[in-house]
Design a binder for this molecule. Structure first.
Ligand code: FMN
Length: 184
């Protein structure tokens, strides 16, 4: 079983693609929150056993999807028993607009990790924000709290900018590296 688990919701597949890239970088297992906002008992056990948990959700109406919020509230039993205390956490969101209130979503993910007494891993990448920046460059959205990805409203799952997916892989690698240092 992997030390790191990416738990995410995706309504239409775009956030799933991002989750796959974060997981590739982190060598993590993936858990998809169902369309009813639920996990299986085995999936909960996998999260409980992980050294690091990475949260992922699309931004819907300026915040996490309702399925992700249902998952969030379902962690309250674990919160009460301090089951995730001192785990490492990260998070990402994907939405249609370059801004699109993704920052509010990332703040919600960071707050969830903090409620659990976790150690939050920031994005840790400089922005590509000069006139010469290209969609293939890393972190063109200039995130810092966590990973931000833009899937333009008319973009298929296969049209997410490559730079955003490369940024996702690098964030996964960063979380894996930090998890390794804490586990040594
Ligand atoms: C109900 C709903 C609300 C949305 N709200 C936002 C929003 O607040 N900001 C934004 O930039 N995009 C918004 N979008 C666009 C989605 O974030 C975007 O299509 C995203 O890629 C969907 O990810 P998914 O395919 O994993 O569900 C919204 C889409 C839906 C369906």
């Amino acid at each position: 079983m992997a030390d790191i688990v990416v738990v995410y919701h995706s309504g239409f597949g775009h956030t799933r693609k991002v989750a796959e890239h974060v997981a590739k970088g982190a060598n993590a297992d993936l858990i998809a929150i169902s369309e009813t906002g639920d996990l299986t008992e085995a999936e909960w056990e996998k999260l409980n056993a992980a050294k690091a948990i990475i949260f992922g959700t699309p931004t819907y109406m300026g915040n996490v999807s309702w399925q992700f919020k249902k998952f969030t509230d379902a962690t309250s039993r674990i919160w009460y028993n301090r089951g995730w205390q001192d785990k490492i956490f990260g998070g990402f969101t994907n939405s249609a607009s370059p801004v699109g209130d993704k920052g509010t979503t990332l703040a919600a993910l960071q707050t969830l990790a903090s409620q659990h007494g976790g150690i939050w891993v920031s994005l840790g990448q400089l922005p590509s924000n000069t006139k010469a920046a290209q969609p293939t460059d890393p972190n063109t959205l200039g995130g810092s709290v966590g990973l931000m990805v833009q899937s333009p409203a008319d973009a298929s799952v296969d049209e997410i900018p490559q730079g955003h997916l490369d940024t996702a892989v690098a964030y996964g690698q960063r979380i894996a590296g930090i998890t390794g240092r804490f586990s040594a």
